[in-house]
Design a protein around this ligand. Structure first.
Ligand SMILES: CC(C)(COP(=O)(O)OP(=O)(O)OC[C@H]1O[C@@H](n2cnc3c(N)ncnc32)[C@H](O)[C@@H]1OP(=O)(O)O)[C@@H](O)C(=O)NCCC(=O)NCCS
Length: 190
């Protein structure tokens, strides 16, 4: 199993070669509208997170070769409600399909729960982003709701799956199971 670490990124850590990540087919659902991300946008977002202290952008570091192969962005953390978003991106295609994403989502979720006392993590996934739906649910997240034909991704209307994970320190397991959408029923109705 691949060993990796999460390291907090500075804008100067972003390498020009990472543009390939955002130009690759596999990241087409990372932005809701399929918009291409420019590296300057990533650098600005990292800096903004540092300035506000509300968002943390990590690099996924392969411990074997010390290479950063993707990112995990936690935040903004809303301290009033105890909420935060979590988005992961495996940029380097060589690392896809190895089950890395679910391990990574677990690690970043635990970091949010333990170090920042986030009460509930949430995010959203386009319906065609099946690897992402599988990776988050394998990491213990649930689909709470589906917004039908919600986003226009490069000309295709797609459902938006609202996903979340409750911090067990604040919530019983029951809250995570009583109202989740069944993915089997969802996909079989498609
Ligand atoms: C989403 C992402 C993180 C998944 O990373 P990953 O580690 O390569 O995930 P895997 O390839 O292990 O796939 C996860 C699961 O989806 C399955 N899968 C992959 N492609 C699939 C497809 N086209 N149809 C059905 N299942 C698929 C895999 O078999 C795997 O299932 P398993 O856990 O039962 O074995 C990665 O594709 C990525 O970074 N995408 C771009 C950024 C992004 O979209 N992030 C999510 C934003 S919400």
């Amino acid at each position: 199993m691949l060993e990796f670490d999460l390291i907090l990124l500075k804008p100067s850590d972003v390498k020009d070669e990472w543009q390939e990540w955002f130009d690759s087919e596999h990241t087409q659902y990372y932005t809701r509208g399929g918009r291409r991300i420019e590296l300057q946008e990533l650098r600005d977002s990292i800096q903004k997170g540092i300035d506000t202290g509300e968002t943390f952008t990590f690099g996924i570091l392969d411990k074997g070769n010390q290479k950063i192969i993707g990112t995990a962005k936690l935040g903004p953390i809303d301290k009033v409600h105890g909420l935060a978003d979590l988005a992961v991106l495996i940029g380097d295609k060589k690392y896809l399909g190895k089950g890395l994403a679910s391990q990574l989502i677990k690690l970043a979720s635990d970091f949010a729960f333990e170090k920042h006392s986030v009460r509930k993590l949430h995010s959203g996934i386009l319906e065609h982003n099946v690897p992402s739906i599988k990776a988050y649910t394998k990491a213990g997240w649930i689909v709470e709701a589906v917004l039908s034909k919600h986003y226009n991704n490069n000309g295709t209307l797609q459902d938006w799956l609202i996903i979340s994970k409750f911090n067990p320190r604040f919530h019983s397991n029951e809250v995570s199971t009583t109202h989740q959408v069944s993915l089997d029923s969802y996909f079989s109705s498609k």
